[in-house]
Write a protein that binds this ligand. Structure first.
Ligand SMILES: C[S@@+](CC[C@H](N)C(=O)[O-])C[C@H]1O[C@@H](n2cnc3c(N)ncnc32)[C@H](O)[C@@H]1O
Length: 77
């Protein structure tokens, strides 16, 4: 699962609770949120934290996802 604009990572954590066999990537560009993501996931090997600005295309090394979620991170036009 990929969480775009993951913030503090709570949404991804709830989804991973529901899907115990899934892994996740938490993507955000904010240094503050990056700190919160590290706090939440530093001991969780199911989650990778990626620093990336969504104004740029996703790096192809991220591969493909079964689920992509985003909550309050994509501005409406
Ligand atoms: C309102 S918060 C929502 C956080 C989380 N998804 C939630 O629902 O609690 C929006 C998040 O999107 C991130 N964000 C906004 N624009 C972004 C961009 N261009 N690239 C990466 N992250 C971005 C912010 O850093 C912030 O963590």
């Amino acid at each position: 699962m990929l969480d775009i604009g993951a913030g503090d990572g709570r949404l991804l954590q709830l989804l991973l609770l529901k899907c115990p066999n899934a892994d996740g990537i938490a993507l955000d560009f904010s240094p503050i949120m990056f700190g919160k993501l590290r706090e939440r996931y530093s001991n969780n090997n199911r989650v990778e934290i990626i620093e990336h600005n969504l104004n740029n295309p996703l790096p192809s090394v991220l591969g493909e996802f079964d689920v992509i979620v985003s909550s309050f991170a994509i501005p409406l036009p």
